[in-house]
Design a protein. Sequence first.
Length: 309
Amino acid sequence: MYDNKKVVIIGTGFVGMSCAYSLLNQNACDELVLIDINSEKARGEAMDLNHSLAFSPAEMKIYSGKYSDCRDADIIVIAAGVNQKEGETRIDLLKRNKNVFQSIIQPVIDSGFEGIFLIATNPVDIMSYITKDLSGFDKSKVIGTGTSLDTARLRYLLGHFLDISPKNIHAYVLGEHGDSEMITWSQATAGTKPILSICKDSLALEKIANDVKYAANEIIKAKNATYYGIGMALVRIIKAILNNENSIITVSAYLDGEFGFRGIYAGVPSVINRDGVREIVEIKFADNEFCKFTESCNFLKSTIDKIKN
Ligand code: NAD
């Protein structure tokens, strides 16, 4: 039987539409539905994308839709919400975005949707937790983009520094997608070589870590929002799901005892396939790294405790 790969994007702003445009250019699905509280915006975006089909590698059906269109979707991407302002922390966004999610998740559930939620809205680890809580879905079916973008930034910056393609850099940013995120330097390699053995310049590595952490602030300062990177990160995760890849990506996944944490979402290396998160890959941290990862998870736990009360 023909397997129609269907993706719905809720929130057709910069992030949602960067995802849509990347899906189209990478021919990543067969049907793409756009939903926004501003239905005119979604309608105009669908028209604009449809006008590029003649030049695209894809035969994609694209339209602006309603929540009832979510019923037979494979993946719902949520990129709806308010954007991070200069100087505003991701946690500051939480209250406003929680209200937005309350108005989205229920109509999606009412449609009969049984696929996978993929969350981009910030603070993404907390919004993923809220989605799991509001939907009642299994932990494997609610995924956040987590530190996938931060990991891509690290791979780019390390590759640039070492003059090696980012595709051959294996290095991970874990924990919160935000200020408490951390890098597992002890596990980082360029091809077969450990980064710590080929680069003795600890100040340079520290600068790279800071540039990764503050990249979003820097971009927001320059152009008000970040979207191409996250659009591509979303498509990377979508392809891993739709093509049943079993790829390891640092998404935000629900910790259920892994690394000693339970009941939070955090960026961790996870095996992604048609069922969502198949499993979380545990890491042997260096001692100082485990402390940083624990601090980051404790911060996420305390934020969740605040929204529960
Ligand atoms: P944007 O303002 O351009 O778009 C947001 C869209 O959401 C708007 O079109 C708006 O109409 C829509 N929306 C608002 N309330 C809605 C509702 N109740 N129902 C449906 N649609 C609704 O913002 P953006 O730049 O696209 O950013 C979107 C989110 O993505 C923000 O939370 C931002 O912080 C986050 N983001 C995440 C990452 C990441 O790594 N996870 C990276 C960049 C941005």
